[in-house]
Design a protein around this ligand. Structure first.
Ligand code: ATP
Ligand code: MG
Length: 478
């Protein structure tokens, strides 16, 4: 900056920016489409114009997937873009994010199957702030048939999924590649449940999709609803994901529609309409409502029930809802047959299941040579973790692995199994060194910390547990 030149500049008598801004803000009706279409007609009187919302039929995505080529044809001074910093999806691997241009107004030449199209893209709105901002594409071509042909093909491509799953959020169905990837890793082998319950859960869903003819023969509507309920962290979500994966692997894959929330710019009733209209179009499909009690509240209950079994057909739709609070669900949803009439409780694991879960980890870590995971750890941990959810157990294992890594990296504070106190690990000597590879030290620390943090646990119980844990760890040592 050259010392205050700008500050010394006299203020202009007329502030063009402010007057243009206020003029723009006081318009009786804002309608970007009307403005752009009028301008394009004047600019290209010989061409036909078609307006297409980008969220419905994204020509840029279609071109990026290799179906057409597209290049900017306007000058930089005629474009309006936002420069945004996009943080990295993860800071791991040293990624630092990127600067990205969001085009608010731009003009392109699209080449598709030997034909050229001018495509103008503009961010705008119609009406008041109550309506969301919308990005539209204005397609210009020599004939309306040529535009229709392009839009039909790109529309068909856009309406399909490409390693993605439909997720309903903020009032829209959006494609999620992230959920798709996480579902690919979900597997029934990783879900520990009481054997007959696991079998029933899987059979319920698989049989439903195998039984269209049976339902038809019995003249009953081919639709079902299932509820998974119980305390947090016991496998409702991983079961849904394992089911999704299994359904995608069927000879005729069954897609999932995943609902996160009904909240939207146009109210929950609008969301319910959007959700069920895609579900009916996609059927047979698996329609998931995670945290059903928070999705369907008093306000939308009757509207939701009407969508579930009103006059419109929901054939081929299998709904699954998860909840921690079955009691908070309206009886109209939870108790009426043909709505969500199957229910499965996912309780905290019993001793046998906790032991199984530890064995699962033992197997999972079997190729880690930094670790010594003897069989006796499994029943011992199962014994001292009554009341833990699977998710808590998982935390215990992870915490113990971190403790081992810390020891390996030269940190010296840990619980000595000889004297049961925390002290510096001797650099040479018997017990502490030889125990550094054993995960139960960390497990023990963690279990004890959780017990202490549990406010409802009276001191006496804590004391008894403390002794129990000590005893168990001693047994392990022997
Ligand atoms: N039955 C189980 N078998 C194996 N691992 C489990 C099981 N239940 C939970 N876990 C572990 O705990 C984590 C959390 O489980 P999940 O998300 O399925 O819980 P949830 O029942 O959906 O809980 P919430 O009610 O809070 O949504 C899982 O990623 C998994 O590692
Ligand atoms: Mg869950």
């Amino acid at each position: 900056m050259t010392g205050g030149t700008l500050a010394a500049r006299p203020a202009p008598s007329h502030n063009e920016t402010a007057s243009r801004y206020f003029e723009h803000s006081s318009a009786p009706r804002v309608n970007t489409d009307a403005v752009i279409v009028e301008a394009l007609r004047a600019e290209y009187p010989e061409l036909h114009i078609t307006v297409v919302p980008q969220y419905e039929n994204d020509l840029f995505g279609y071109a990026a997937a290799g179906h057409a080529s597209i290049a900017a044809i306007d000058k930089e001074k005629d474009r309006l873009t936002w420069k945004t910093f996009l943080p990295p999806a993860s800071r791991l691997g040293g990624q630092r994010g990127a600067l990205v241009d969001f085009v608010k107004l731009g003009k392109y030449l699209l080449d598709w199957q030997g034909k050229e199209y001018v495509v103008c893209i503009a961010d705008g709105r119609d009406g008041t702030m109550a309506y969301p901002q919308q990005t539209n594409q204005y397609i210009l071509s020599g004939s309306i048939e040529a535009s229709n042909k392009l839009l039909f093909e790109s529309g068909a491509w856009n309406s399909e999924l490409h390693s993605e799953i439909w997720v309903f959020d903020s009032g829209y169905w959006q494609k999620s590649a992230e959920l798709w990837e996480s579902v690919q890793k979900s597997n029934w082998d990783d879900v520990i449940l009481e054997t007959s319950m696991k079998r029933a859960i899987i059979a319920d869903v698989e049989n439903f999709f195998d039984s269209q003819e049976t339902y038809e023969r019995l003249k009953v509507a081919w639709k079902r609803g299932i509820i998974y309920y119980g305390p947090p962290g016991n496998g409702k979500t991983i079961s849904i994901k394992a089911m999704m994966n299994a359904l995608y692997k069927r000879d005729k894959p069954v897609p999932t529609l995943y609902v996160k929330t009904l909240a939207s710019f146009a109210g929950p009733e609008y969301s319910i309409n959007q959700i069920f209209s895609l579900a009916r179009r996609t059927a047979p499909c698996y329609l998931v409502f995670e945290d059903l009690d928070s999705i369907v509240d008093d306000r939308v209950r009757s509207y939701f029930l009407n969508a579930v079994d009103g006059i419109q057909k929901n054939d081929g739709i299998l709904m699954v809802g998860s909840t921690n609070h079955l009691d908070r669900l309206d009886p109209g949803i939870a108790k009426r047959p043909s709505r969500f009439d199957r229910k499965y409780l996912f309780p905290n694991p019993n001793t046998e299941e906790r032991e199984k879960y530890m064995k699962y980890w033992q197997h999972k870590l079997s190729d880690n040579h930094d670790l010594d995971f003897p069989d006796k750890i499994c029943p011992a941990v199962a014994k001292i973790t009554a009341g833990f959810s699977f998710a808590y157990l998982q935390e215990a294992v992870v915490a113990s692995l971190l403790a081992i890594a810390r020891d390996k990296d030269g940190f010296s504070e840990s619980v000595c199994l000889e004297c049961m106190e925390t002290h510096a690990k001797p650099t040479s000597g018997r017990t502490c060194d030889s125990e550094t590879k054993r995960p139960y030290k960390g497990l023990y620390d963690w279990v004890w910390a959780v017990r202490q943090a549990d406010e409802e646990d009276p001191d006496l119980e804590n004391y008894i547990l403390w002794r129990e844990i000590k005893k168990q760890v001693r047994i392990l040592k022997e």
